[in-house]
Design a protein around this ligand. Structure first.
Ligand code: GLU
Length: 426
């Protein structure tokens, strides 16, 4: 977590992502006038799997890890969504993230439902071979439930291409043939897609550009503060600075680096890769990491973790645009504060959908056995992100709601329609 946890706020429920997801669901469902039965269907995860996996540690001890996979919906296609490894993973968190994947895939009109997985473990305390054994045993336990037509995992917090390669291999060993399309986010030479590592950051940039256009702002004078410098924040910083945005501040878990004239992002990345931290970078000044979130800026891009914009701090934001690169960076209680302040919010289920969109391209390429060049991937990503942005903004205008509610309404409507067309099998 980059920001220190905010002290408990008025509502106990504020920091439970499942409650956040439900509050937003309820609001969108009420505005859509969805009938109660359909609300019940959309609210309930289709399947929740809990596994307790025994794993031998390097020192010979036997440990048991708990893993989850929640398939929230398969109404529009196979479940789709990442797997995270963290010591504080909870079933409620995985449930919320699985539902968000359903809405994310529906907003972007991808032929997928939504799912999410998690294993309770601390990757910083485990060796690579211990992580490999956890991954393989978790995959073996899930063998009957995942697959290219059933549920297609991908990387999420603390999992990466290597994790996906192990999952692909384990699944393939059980299936007795190589099945690359069982996961996305794989290494390029194992059926991965060009453009996948940059996809979430690129998607954030594309929707931010669309927002700038609507607000009549120029890219070259646009200041950007990014929280997180990893797969999402780091890529967004790299691509946005290359495109001419002024990245004035990067906020990391240990400190923040600020330069009013714009940071040299490739140099900052080099420094971080060499020293392990952005601290001590000579091309900017170190500022307080908590205060950095409240700098005056045009775009704030939280790309680290859930619950960083809360009822306790939302009133202090000084940005015109909030582009939610992370999943769930804003609590539901903070939503109305952002609305009062007139901040243009690009909600997570739209803003960070570039990742799953290129995951979809990867799944398509694996199934076709025909691989696209990077330009094709990027052009198709751009088309989907722009169309989705425009769909959400048009929906918000038509129904006089904010962008987040519009995104949820659009998504719920699409999933509900698919369920109605399919009918309920009895
Ligand atoms: N974990 C990413 C997300 O939350 C990617 C999911 C995917 O590619 O399936 O969107």
């Amino acid at each position: 977590m980059i920001l220190e946890a905010t002290p408990p706020s008025t509502l106990e429920s504020e920091f439970n992502p499942k409650i956040s997801a439900e509050v937003r669901f309820d609001e969108a469902a009420a505005r859509l006038g969805l009938d109660e039965g359909m609300q019940k269907v959309l609210r309930s995860p289709s399947r929740e799997i809990i596994v307790h996996i025994p794993v031998s540690l390097d020192d010979g001890r036997l440990e048991v890890f708990t893993g989850y996979r929640v398939q929230h919906s398969i109404a529009r296609g196979p479940a789709k969504g990442g797997i995270r490894y963290a010591p504080d993973v909870t079933l409620d968190e995985v449930r919320a993230l699985a539902a968000w994947m359903t809405w994310k895939c529906a907003v972007t009109n991808l032929p997928f439902g939504g799912g999410k997985g998690g294993v309770i473990c601390d990757p910083t305390l485990l060796s690579p071979s211990e992580i490999e054994r956890i991954t393989r045993r978790y995959t073996a336990e899930l063998f009957d439930f995942i697959g290219p037509e059933k549920d297609v995992p991908a990387p999420d917090m603390n999992t990466n291409e290597q994790t996906m390669a192990w999952i692909m291999d384990t699944y393939s060993m059980h299936a007795r043939h190589t099945q690359t399309a069982v996961v996305t986010g794989k290494p390029i030479n194992l059926g991965g897609s060009k453009g996948r590592p940059e996809a979430t950051g690129r998607g954030c940039m594309i929707v931010t550009e669309q927002a700038l256009r609507r607000l009549g702002l120029e890219r070259s004078s646009t200041r950007v503060v990014i929280q997180g410098f990893g797969n999402v924040g780091g890529m967004a910083a790299k691509l946005m600075s290359r495109a001419g945005f002024k990245i004035v501040c990067i906020v990391e878990w240990d400190c923040a680096i600020y330069n009013a004239g714009g940071l040299d992002i490739p140099a900052l990345m080099k420094h971080r890769n060499e020293t392990g931290s952005i601290a001590g970078f000579s091309g900017g000044e170190m500022i307080d990491k908590t205060e950095a979130m409240f700098l005056e800026t045009d775009v704030l891009l939280p790309a680290a973790k859930e619950n960083v914009i809360t009822s306790d701090n939302a009133h202090r934001l000084r940005t015109k645009i909030l582009c939610e690169g992370a999943n769930g960076p804003t609590t539901h209680v903070a939503d109305s504060i952002l609305a009062e302040k007139g901040i243009f919010v690009i909600p997570d289920i739209l803003a960070n959908a570039g990742g799953v969109t290129v995951s979809y391209f990867e799944w398509v390429q694996d199934r076709q056995g025909y691989f696209w060049n990077e330009q094709m991937v990027n052009d198709r990503l751009e088309e989907i992100m722009i169309n989705s942005f425009q769909d959400v903004v048009a929906y918000a205008e038509k129904h006089s709601v904010n962008n987040r509610t519009a995104a949820y309404m659009l998504a719920l409507d699409r999933v509900a329609y698919a369920i109605k067309l399919r009918g309920i099998y009895a």
